[in-house]
Design a protein around this ligand. Sequence first.
Ligand code: TRP
Ligand code: ZN
Length: 473
Amino acid sequence: MRKFGLVLVLMVVVLVTAAWIGEVTEPAVPASAPVGAVGATGIGDPYFPDLGNGGYDVQHYTLDVDVDIATNTLDASVIINALALEDLASFSLDFAGFTITRLEVNDAPAEYIRENREFIITPNAALSANTPFTILVEYNGVPKKDLSLTRSPFSGGWTRYSKGVYVASEPDGASLWYPCNDHPLDKATYTMRIGVDQPYVVAANGTLEGIEESGGKRLYTFAVRDLTASYLVTVNIAKFTRIDEVGVVPIRNYFPEDKAFEAQFVFTETSDMIAHFGELFGEYPFELYGVVMADTPLSFALETQTLSLFGSDIADSEDATIVVAHELAHQWFGNSISPKYWRDIWLNEGFATYLSALWVEERYGAEQFEQLMRSWYRAISSPQFIRRAALVGDPGASNLFNAAVYFRGAWTLHALRLNLGDEMFFRVIRTYYDRYKLSNATTDDFIAVVDEVAGIESEDFFQAWLYEKEIPE
Ligand code: TRP
Ligand code: ZN
């Protein structure tokens, strides 16, 4: 009797402790758990301390998502193949919303806590450094549309609109629809199996491997064999027509069925653009390309990898060619070379903006190009612009997509070209591309290549263009 009483007291203590631990930031680590570190809940990005996670590297995501389009409900099963980088007692994923119905690590049930967008997991056995492990998460529900969670007005992740769904996640919307290491420092390959009701069509990154029909539903399987950052993963659902082209690389475009005729004229130059950028900087980096046009106007376009996303209003835009070239250019600068930290965003946007001007130069000639560069210079040197301008090389977390990052960033490259001459300038950019393709770079990495290849000291030049408000002559 006495003994029993003691066990009961101990159990109460354990339960109370467990409940209390459940409320603090640190994950609950059972006393019996093998030793290992608590994986960091951020990957070390100075602008976004909780984006991404530490202690492991994801190799592959398998996303199995059954979509009920009428209610926008996802019923999902995600398998993550990762490599532990240290001994881990627990680790974290980025994930928000949904009801989690099953969680396993290495095929054994695991414990978890959820806090804001951190999904903190404690496997029942510690993970060993340099050893692969598998996470299985099953969940269902309607994706959160809580924009206060996101850091960019358009980065809402999975977005339902009247005629379908698009996914645009830059910089941090991916964790609003699947659990991930949500930072470009941890790229991975993907298998996506998306189930939708007929007659909807699914357009996603990578190669369409097959379509299976069963009970009024269609299951689309996509293989994404190129390493991809989470914010560049996209799923689009609408009544699309798919139009294939044989270009420098295979091209497949998805247009809303009733807008396909007009839409295809906007994208007739894609293959020529791929060839031109390929000659200037190095071969197109991925297995295929193409675009998807959502069946709704959007105030933006996004360079989702191998399948850039546009709104239906692109067809009415005067600058359509520039926007089309811009998103394609990101496949080299932004997607193949990704920023190491979000502070380095001008390596995406300044480059893509300048490359869109380089397409104008190729297609319409030097005079049109110079006129375009002069108009951008007038814009960035006006007092109103300067007043609102962020610093190109350090725009701040809430100003990643400030116009200065785009247009002054583009002018930084043009000024470099004017200083170095065409031959040296393109040699520098080619070397930078070759060295950092399929990985990540910082602004300092780029500057180091400039100095090395051109044999100059460019520090003052970049200081003036990237880190000061006044505009150089
Ligand atoms: N990177 C996009 C471009 O090509 C702009 C952008 C920033 C964006 N954040 C986004 C687009 C979020 C869609 C969603 O300039
Ligand atoms: Zn861009």
